[in-house]
Ligand binder design. Structure first.
Ligand SMILES: Nc1ncnc2c1ncn2[C@@H]1O[C@H](COP(=O)(O)OP(=O)(O)OP(=O)(O)O)[C@@H](O)[C@H]1O
Ligand SMILES: [Mg+2]
Length: 229
């Protein structure tokens, strides 16, 4: 579903964020991306949704090499990918329902589609009872559920989460992680960049550790710290 072949990324200021990354993530996989701050986790995710372009190598998503993608095709790539961030990035003047509906409307979905898919997605993430609330009326966990609903409403192949539990208490973090696992069981490929050691150690999924823009470890059923199991 996602493949990195010898990918290197250098930012305009000269920072080498990724060096010779080789990584294959299969359809329906669940993967944790770990590593201390500044090691390249977010940069790797940004390559997948083409927020940035590598200086060399190739990223392939759903069989399409991204270097060959023209600017006008990027929105079609993004429809295959839902992205969730630590700080939720909700639209503050819109309700829960409107935040999620908006993500669908910008893709040109008609009102019948919106009426069908928004409630179903809100139900799935457990936030349907807060549909009419505004983000400022919600807890952090509820805001993150809304952001996940927004990322999922287009039924993407891939869900990328960049530190999705970074602003949440431990209990809410576990709920959100469990939700991501449940979404994964429905077939969505899920990649989670995180510092949440408890979640990684509890889930025992594939763990890829980045150090200095490289992949240092890649373990099936791994731990946050390599070599514990
Ligand atoms: N837009 C940017 N321009 C220049 N350098 C950047 C940019 N974004 C990130 N970097 C640099 O690239 C390197 C990797 O950053 P990245 O954000 O990918 O790390 P990270 O592993 O996600 O860290 P964190 O755990 O703190 O989120 C760092 O040295 C960072 O300073
Ligand atoms: Mg990051």
């Amino acid at each position: 579903m996602i493949a990195f072949q010898d990918v290197s990324l250098v930012y305009p200021n000269g920072v080498h964020a990724l060096s010779h990354i080789d990584l294959t993530i299969g359809r329906g996989e669940f993967l944790f991306l770990v590593g201390s701050t500044g090691q390249g986790k977010s940069s790797l995710l940004k390559c997948v949704y083409r927020e940035v372009l590598p200086v060399s190598g190739e990223v392939t998503v759903d069989g399409r090499p991204l270097s060959a993608l023209r600017r006008g095709q990027v929105p079609f790539l993004r429809r295959k990918i839902g992205v969730v961030f630590q700080d939720f990035k909700l639209l503050h003047q819109k309700t829960v329902w409107e935040n999620v509906a908006y993500a669908l409307q910008v893709t040109g979905a008609g009102s019948r589609d919106v009426l069908r898919r928004v409630p179903r997605t809100l139900e799935l993430v457990g936030i349907a009872h807060k549909s009419k609330m505004f983000p400022y009326e919600l807890s952090g966990g509820e805001q993150q559920r809304t952001a996940i609903a927004r990322a999922l409403v287009n039924n993407p192949l891939i869900l990328l989460c960049d530190e999705p539990t970074g602003n949440l208490d431990p209990e809410t973090s576990s709920e959100i992680t469990a939700l991501l696992a449940r979404i994964n069981t429905k077939g969505t490929t899920v990649v989670v960049a995180t510092h949440n050691q408890a979640a990684v150690d509890r889930m025992r999924r594939r763990v890829v550790r980045m150090i200095n823009g490289r992949i240092a470890h890649d373990e099936e059923r791994g731990h946050y710290h390599i070599g514990l199991g």
